[in-house]
Design a protein around this ligand. Structure first.
Ligand SMILES: [Zn+2]
Length: 118
């Protein structure tokens, strides 16, 4: 862009004119290409904590605890800016909660069958 004060050509990223020091951009450095918005609000990542706790209470305690551990990591990592880690922990929390739920359900069905059979 050209300096409105002295007409010297400046790089678009320059905050001040290289010739006269006139401020070229009022609102600070420009937004990096394609990163619209740019505020630091953490992305929303489901932590499956409720599912993990419920499966721990009603199904399989050991597997549910694994789910809770991963679920607890989601918010911690997300808050620390580790979005990839938070996503991975979220996936693990979902996985272990599902496994726990599935086994709990199988156990329940197995018990019902035993009750009916005897
Ligand atoms: Zn200038």
């Amino acid at each position: 862009m050209y300096c409105p004060n002295c007409g010297t050509f400046n790089d678009d990223n320059n905050f001040r004119c290289v010739q006269c020091g006139n401020i070229l951009q009022q609102a600070g450095p420009p937004m990096a290409g394609g990163y619209g918005g740019g505020d630091q609000e953490p992305a929303f990542i489901p932590n499956y904590l409720v599912q993990a706790i419920l499966t721990t209470l009603f199904c399989c305690l050991p597997l549910g605890i694994v789910g809770i551990v991963y679920a607890a990591q989601v918010n911690g990592k997300n808050g620390a800016g580790d979005v990839e880690g938070a996503m991975a922990a979220s996936q693990n929390a979902k996985l272990w909660s599902s496994i726990s739920f599935g086994l709990g359900l199988a156990f329940l069905v197995f018990n019902v069958i035993l009750q009916v059979a005897t």
